[in-house]
Design a protein around this ligand. Structure first.
Ligand code: NI
Length: 131
């Protein structure tokens, strides 16, 4: 199995500006200011604390997939993103272990254009794989 390292925890929020301020009040620091991901129609801000990285995701359009997820999950964490030393092999291995890719590798503007793919497990829900 290729090695997976936790890269961030994805956290859905309705109001990203207020969410950033609230996380700051908990001691989080902004790692990367809010950027617009036009592909997914979301705003994204990365924060860190104690070696943890949190990705705030907020839909900017009703037809964003994140808007549907926000309705379902409310303001809450909803995925853990993993960085693999060999993403292709990792994706293949995950698929053999019950995960299903729910999209194809797509560039993430908030991650310097690196590709990400989301996978779903019937046991633990959604994960993200960073290429
Ligand atoms: Ni993410």
């Amino acid at each position: 199995m290729p090695t997976l390292k936790v890269h961030h925890i994805g956290y859905l929020v309705k109001k990203i500006g207020k969410a950033v301020k609230t996380f700051q009040s908990l001691g989080y620091q902004i790692e990367q200011d809010t950027v617009l991901d036009e592909i997914r129609k979301v705003e994204i801000c990365f924060l860190t604390k104690d070696g943890y990285r949190v990705e705030l995701i907020s839909p900017v359009s009703e037809d964003s997939v994140a808007a549907g997820l926000l309705k379902k999950y409310k303001n809450s964490p909803y995925h853990i993103c993993y960085e693999a030393d060999d993403p292709e092999a990792a994706c293949q291995e995950l698929t053999q272990n019950g995960f299903t890719a729910i999209d194809t590798p797509t560039p993430a503007p908030a991650l310097n254009g690196r590709n990400v793919v989301f996978l779903m497990s019937p046991i633990i829900g959604m994960i993200e794989l960073l290429y």
